[in-house]
Design a protein around this ligand. Sequence first.
Ligand code: ZN
Length: 167
Amino acid sequence: MRGWPVVDSIQFARQHGDVHRPVGIAELARLASMVSPAEAVFDVRLQGFEDSEGRPCLRLRVSGQVPLVCQRCLEPLTLEIAADRRFVIAHREQDLPDLSDEDDDIESLLADGNLNALALVEDEILLQIPMAPMHEEGTCTPPGLATDRRSAGSVFGVLGTLLNTKD
Ligand SMILES: [Zn+2]
């Protein structure tokens, strides 16, 4: 078996691989570029198994906190992540099972002899981050609201002065 985070997905499933380790945000380049400050550690567990039909499967659990910035007040916002997803692995694209009737937490995955487990972990985390993360409605206000009104007022003040000079 190859070294973490690169695993042979089918082999990992068949051999009932079980990796449980912390993953620092620094290991997740796409995510690290999105959050600030870039400090967070996720609890990650990847397990291989076979389902009742004998198909090779992976179960990935990721939990932790993502440091984000609230898009309303621009103050820090901590998002709790708790993902628990199962993947059914198929050798060929045409063999990928139709899982549309199944639970949302079950997905199909193409067999990959060099699966980067960290990319799976990162996808799980990115999926849970909203487009515009915000504190709960009514718990914060935009920082520049009062200032903006004042400056808007002063713009009209300047306009008024300009109009007055024309007279
Ligand atoms: Zn906020």
